[in-house]
Design a protein around this ligand. Structure first.
Ligand code: CTP
Length: 217
């Protein structure tokens, strides 16, 4: 039997949208496919799964509870209210910055205004807050998308956010990353680096959950 059977698992997926005004937002290219694949595989192992999804157009995998959110702040609140859990996998591409204020009216360009400065403020770090929670999940997994220095940045995140595993992928190369159905990850813990893929996101999710299982049992 899987070590995930009967365990509570919280997964985040997709982008977040940070509103600027009623018609505009700051978003990113995350499709949500990786997080949805992880959530579906956790269900297949008998876990009790909560999937907190940003704005994506994917169908809901069967057998889990899905909570839809839009912004980083909403995702933070949804994740905190889903705790405690046994394993947390933060696959969402959460905005690091959000507009300091949301304009209630559509911003209009002004004659002669050739540049617009938007003030952004840092969002709360959901992953770090989960890892620092009084009832910390036994296994906390973060994701990192990097264009350069993958291992150095991934290992820095592992330490800075006190997480157990960082699933890192290189963005900007074929067969990896955002819109693709395939992915290539290197999963770092304090000692090891485990390559997963290139393979379908379903297969990569399976490999990742094998590593989570090994830490739970
Ligand atoms: N994350 C989060 N809350 C945030 C920002 C990020 O939970 N407000 C999580 C993501 O879900 C992912 C990991 O943190 O698991 C990504 O780490 P992060 O340091 O945000 O990566 P980048 O956005 O690439 O930031 P950096 O500029 O430091 O590389």
């Amino acid at each position: 039997m899987s070590a995930l059977a009967g365990r509570r698992v919280v997964v985040t997926a997709g982008p977040t949208f940070e509103d600027i005004d009623p018609v505009r937002f700051l978003g990113n290219r995350s499709s949500g496919k990786m997080g949805f694949a992880v959530a579906a595989d956790a269900v297949a192992r008998g876990a009790d799964v909560v999937l907190v999804a940003g704005p994506v157009t994917l169908p809901t995998p069967e057998g889990l509870e899905r909570i839809d959110v839009r912004s980083a702040a909403q995702m933070h609140a949804a994740v905190m209210s889903a705790l405690p859990c046994d394993a947390y996998l933060g696959a969402a591409a959460v905005a690091d910055y959000t507009p300091a204020s949301v304009s209630a009216r559509k911003l209009k360009k002004q004659p002669g205004q050739d540049a617009l400065v938007l003030q952004l403020v840092r969002t709360r770090d959901i992953l770090a807050d989960v890892a620092a929670h009084a009832q910390r999940p036994q296994v906390v997994v973060g994701f990192a998308a990097e264009t350069d220095d993958l291992e150095a940045y991934a290992r820095a995140k592992l330490a800075a956010k006190n997480v157990d595993l960082i699933a890192a992928n290189r963005v900007g190369v074929h067969g990896s990353g955002f819109e693709s159905d395939d992915n290539t990850l290197i999963v770092f813990d304090a000692r090891n680096a485990t390559p997963l893929g290139p393979a379908s996101k379903a297969d990569v999710a399976r490999g990742l959950l094998d590593l989570v299982e090994a830490r739970l049992s």
